[in-house]
Each structure stands twice: as C-alpha cells, then as structure tokens.
Write a new protein. Sequence first.
Length: 336
Amino acid sequence: MIKINDLRTLFEHLKRESQIVGLKKDGSRYFYQVIDLYDDWESSVLLGNFSPKEVFFPQDEVLFYFKAQKTILPKDEVKPNVLWGVRPCDIAGIGELERMFNQEGEEGYKDPYFIQRFDKTLIVGLACTEPWPSCFCTSVEGSPYKSEGADIFIYPTEDGYLIETPSKKGEAAIEGLDVEEVGDVSQLEVDRRRAESKIKKYEFGSVTGGIADKLKQMIDSSFWDSIHSACIGCGTCAFVCPSCHCFDVSDASRGARGLRSRQWDSCLYEGYTLETSGHNPRPSGSQRWRQRLNHKFNYFVEVFGMYQCLGCGRCGRACPVNINIAEIAAKAISWE
Ligand code: SF4
Ligand code: SF4
C-alpha cells in the first residue's frame, strides 16, 4: 500500500497516457464524462445519476453499416480511458457486464464492442466514506471498502489517500509516481467498519440458499400481484442500473444502404417480450416484475453464483413512483 497527499498528483500522472472519464455535472445531474481538469471532477458526489455502464456499453450504438451485401464496421477508434473515482458497487456492476459480454469458453458469448472498450480502460476505484441512506451494498455481498475489480483503489484517510493496486495493470500505471510506502494500514479496517455501519442492511440470507431459494418457490405466488401496481413501466430503473444489460437491435435503411444499431431495453417494458405474431409471453406488470426480481436475485445467482443487484440504490432514487427493489426483495423473503 502506498500513500499520496493529493489526488491531483495521481490524476495528472494517469492523464499523461489516457483520457480521464469521471463524474461531471451536466445541468442538475451527474454523469460519467471526459474530464480535462481535475477541478471539473465532482469529488463530493457519491454516485452519478447514470452508472459508468455507458463507458463500455453505450445507450445507443451503431454495430455496423451496410451497403448492398457489404457490411462496414464503425470507424470510431476507442481511446484508452481511465475510469476515475468509481465506487465499489459500480465496479461490481462492470464485473457483471464483463461476465455477460465476455463469457468464458469457446462457446461463450464475446461482444467485440464491449471487449475493446473494457480492455482499454483502467478502473480507478474510490472507497465510500459517507454512504447514502439508499445504499444497501452490504446486503448483496458488497462493501463500501471493497477493492475487487479495480486496477487502482483509493482509500481516503484523515491525512491523505492510501492507494492499493489490485491488478498488474494498476501497478504498471502508477510506475514513476512519487509515493510513500506505508506498512501499517490497520486504520482501514476501522474506517471500513464505520462506513459499513452507516448502511441499511437487509437480510437476504446466503447468496444461493436465501432469497434465490425463496423465489424459486414463489413462481405462482399472489405476491407478484401485490407489488407491481404502482409501476408505470417507464424503464428508468433498468437504464440507471449498473448491471442491467438488455438491449434491442434495430435497422435503419434507405435503399440498399443502412445501419444496424442497438439500444438499451428494459424487461419492464410491455413491448420487451412482444412477439411479431402479437403474442406476449409476459403481458402483465406482475409477470414483468416477477422476471425482474428473479433475474436479479435468482436466475443470475443460478448461472454466475452472485446477485445481479449491487445495492447502489439508484433504481429506488430514480423511480418516479418510489419503488425500491430492496424493500420488494425483503418483502419476498418474509412472504408466507
Ligand atoms: S423506474 Fe419505477 S415505475 Fe419505472 S419501470 Fe422501474 S419500477 Fe416501474
Ligand atoms: S437493481 Fe437497483 S439497486 Fe440493484 S444494482 Fe440495479 S440500480 Fe442498483
């Protein structure tokens, strides 16, 4: 572990090789955008309105252009990025996107668009000393001090910043930086416990044996009719979520020329499962909510052994009718 007194030093050091993408104000909201100056970084804001998912998986992107029988890939060169000041829940979200878009084995799905951005990004994480009341990462295997998935991880302390480099990429990136080696980092454990104690804890049980098991027994439960009625199906919750990754694909053409693109989609949209025949296997809000909760707390656990919710609380904060997924999951656990 090393120590620096001013984060500006690290920022300027990393900026020499790559563009920095971090939280920047846009109107009254905060999004991950390119930051030219350290002072443009919104260091006091915990989480952006959108997660950093957009850096790897944009809301709308051209997959290819076509002209008669020919396909042409977009020319956009992906620049090396430093994703700066990302919180542990969002880093976990990026890890989940990687599991989906860069699957293991020869048969596993490999998304070239995601992979080229991911490979060119250095993730600089930042511990959360002051979590928000809507955070619940500790209920879903997270922690405001979890450095897993980051290349470089920053722990703010009373008199500076401790820097960990969990990956070789991170180690290489800080070479040449003027730093002080630190031996005793026991204070971090105290800081971690203090930060965790500020976070609301839901009892979802063990990852595979708790809520996932309960949901398996609730497929035909009346529970689903009891929770969805306020939802207006706007899809905001999926758009702001760091781990939701559903997308739709559409073509636009004029004569023999055109393009194919993909756009974020949401399982809470009525048209999401609508088939060309007019049949919709999930026509009701209760079925769509059953899908959403099961995907987050059951199906993803079955495939990857982890929740697909990282406890960032964004969906609850952004929902126009105050639907809180953690409260719904907690209600499911105690449903008789
Ligand atoms: S943000 Fe709220 S209202 Fe909109 S789809 Fe999600 S849960 Fe429903
Ligand atoms: S489901 Fe909600 S709380 Fe969970 S990771 Fe997505 S936005 Fe965050």
